[in-house]
Ligand binder design. Structure first.
Ligand code: SIN
Length: 573
């Protein structure tokens, strides 16, 4: 295993601590991994970019899918997941998800998460796109993520897991054999640690969430800048399926120039009977799919986009006036409040909606224990590509994936008899630094990606995007090489640099996939092509900072390099 030898331009660490495991990220995946590692007796440190409850999990509305209802089975959940994944799910990874999922949800409830109950008792379950059954458990009506986050944060605090907030992870530390030895990070705090430091640990779990901020309008919070995928690429890990960006069909439309995080209008609203209509009030999803408005979300997003094009409209409408005030207030209080805050009352008028970037179905490639191709580096949650989602994630499978695979990672680390060996910390490497982009490049990248690699793509739009992104990259590199200049290290410039890294990888993969499949929609290749493209596209960063983008031979991932267990546990400095 070799790393690329590339790291972000940053000061050398001025402080260091040590642990058995460092978990980066504090959503459902990160906090579950941390709680399970701690319970297994591993010294665990959670580092998170903002506050513990500031990640994407908090924003999840619809719920968590699992075969918990009367008559439902893991096999049926598996079937729905495979159909949504459009031929690219790893069936074994999905089987693990659906069979271990129900008990993982019960353990989450035992940890303190309170889900809504039906009037007959037992969990209240709803439907979302692509599910043939009611199997989505929810909390606080439409505030499932917030409740899960609350319960996990409380448990982490109650069990005294060490946490470092306001900490942006920078790069992976590796030893002479290329094994994980910790991370460097930048902390903005007044506490014990401030500025750039290091957490030395033989196992690192990346649970940093998504990359929605690569687009102008997204349901993701501002912290979702692809930091984990960019770090993994610099560390030499393989990432896969990046072209499959899920655009959520129903995001509150706040105008054509709206930027940043946009309010989600959960699929569960359609699950409870809302209709998608055009400006004339015509339901246009009827007849497009046997599930109509509850088709998998790639199909609904395309249906909406097509109707918008036909009508020359900027958005469509979600009509749930028939719910009445009482149902809106009790079942969807978060969405009701968000709509009213923007001057729209769903009780009396249809809600304007349009698709916006929502979820990265791809990410850092892992095996079924969450191991990446770098020994000692694990990934789970949205940042990972376990093979569960294929070309299009089934609604509400993501919280479940975060839970199930985080537990598997903790078991894998805890089962490693070598994790308790005590070694010296690795020295900070003298490696070439990655030139940094100025903060304003973030908006340039978002514009390029929205125009060239959004819902609908073509060879021409992707080539244009690739050229524009390459220009940003080349300008930054030349400025560093020719006159030693780079933007000042800081959160804004590190984030912009990470966004460029993931944007280039995403565009490289999307340009190569000359077909339409799942949430990758090519105007110039409108059909699914199973003969050529029933395989994954894997991206790696080369030491010369070019990207290697190549398809796998088949739909199955080739086996990852044998995972070597960590052999060192560094001591506190
Ligand atoms: C939603 O509530 O529609 C989002 C659920 C998800 O992304 O899985």
């Amino acid at each position: 295993m070799t790393t690329t030898g590339i790291r972000l331009h940053a000061p050398a660490p001025g402080w260091a601590i040590a642990a058995d495991v460092v978990v980066v990220g504090s959503g459902v995946a990160g906090l579950t991994a941390a709680l399970r590692c701690e319970a297994a007796g591993l010294t665990t440190v959670v580092v998170t970019k903002a506050r513990l409850d500031d990640g994407s999990t908090r924003w999840a509305q619809g719920g968590i899918a699992a075969a918990l209802g009367e008559g439902d089975t893991p096999e049926q959940h598996l079937d729905d997941t495979l159909v949504a994944g459009a031929g690219l799910c790893d069936e074994e990874a999905v089987r693990i998800l659906v069979t271990e999922g129900p008990d993982a949800v019960r353990r989450l409830i035992a940890t303190g998460a309170q889900f809504d109950e039906s009037s007959e008792g037992g969990l209240a379950l709803t439907r979302e796109g692509g599910h043939h059954r009611r199997r989505i458990a929810h909390a606080g009506g439409d505030a499932t993520g917030a409740e899960i986050s609350r319960a996990l944060v409380e448990a982490v605090r109650a069990r005294g897991v060490r946490t470092i907030e306001n900490a942006l992870v920078l790069d992976l530390l590796t030893d002479a054999d290329g094994r994980t030895a910790g991370v460097t990070l930048h902390v903005m705090g007044e506490g014990q640690h401030d500025g750039v430091g290091a957490v030395h640990a033989p196992a690192v779990v990346l649970a940093t969430g998504g990359m929605g901020q690569v687009y102008s309008a997204t349901t993701n919070p501002s912290v979702s800048t692809g930091d984990g995928v960019a770090l993994a690429l610099r560390a030499g890990a393989e990432v896969s399926d990046l072209e499959f960006v899920q655009f959520h069909p129903t995001v509150l439309f706040l105008g054509p120039d709206a930027e940043g995080q946009q309010p989600l209008v959960s699929e569960a609203v359609r699950g409870e009977g809302a209709h998608l209509v055009d400006g004339e009030g015509v339901r246009f999803m009827q007849g497009q799919h046997e599930l109509g408005e509850l088709a998998p979300r790639d199909i609904v997003a395309k249906g909406i986009m097509r109707r918008m094009q036909e009508r020359g409209a900027e958005h469509m409408y979600l009509d749930a006036r028939h719910f009445g005030a009482d149902m809106w207030e009790h079942r969807f209080p978060t969405i009701l409040a968000a709509c009213r805050a923007h001057g729209i009352d769903p009780v009396t008028e249809p809600v304007p909606v349009a698709p916006a970037a929502h979820y990265a179905s791809g990410g850092i490639r892992t095996d079924s224990h969450g191991r990446t191709t770098v020994p000692g580096l694990y990934a789970c949650g949205e940042v990972a590509c376990t093979g569960v989602h294929g070309a299009n994630r089934l609604a509400s499978n993501s919280l479940l994936e975060g839970l199930v695979y985080a537990e598997r990672i903790a078991a894998d680390i805890a089962g490693d008899p070598l994790h308790a060996r005590v070694p010296a910390p690795v020295p900070y490497p003298e490696q070439p630094a990655h030139p940094l982009l100025p903060p304003e490049a973030r908006f340039t990248i978002q514009r390029i990606m929205t125009e060239g690699a959004g819902v609908l793509r073509s060879a021409a739009s992707l080539t244009r995007a690739a050229d524009q992104l390459d220009r940003l990259h080349t300008e930054a590199r030349e400025a560093l090489q020719e006159n030693g200049k780079t933007a000042e290290p800081g959160v804004d410039t590190w984030e912009a640099t990470n966004l460029l890294c993931v944007a280039r990888a995403l565009v490289g993969a999307a340009a190569q996939r000359e077909e339409t499949r799942g949430c990758h929609w090519r105007e110039d290749h409108p059909d699914r092509d199973d003969t050529t493209w029933r395989r994954h596209i894997v991206v790696r960063l080369n030491p010369d900072r070019t990207l290697a983008v190549h398809p796998t031979e088949t739909a199955e991932f080739p086996p990852t390099a044998p995972f070597s267990q960590p052999t060192q546990r560094p001591q506190e400095q």
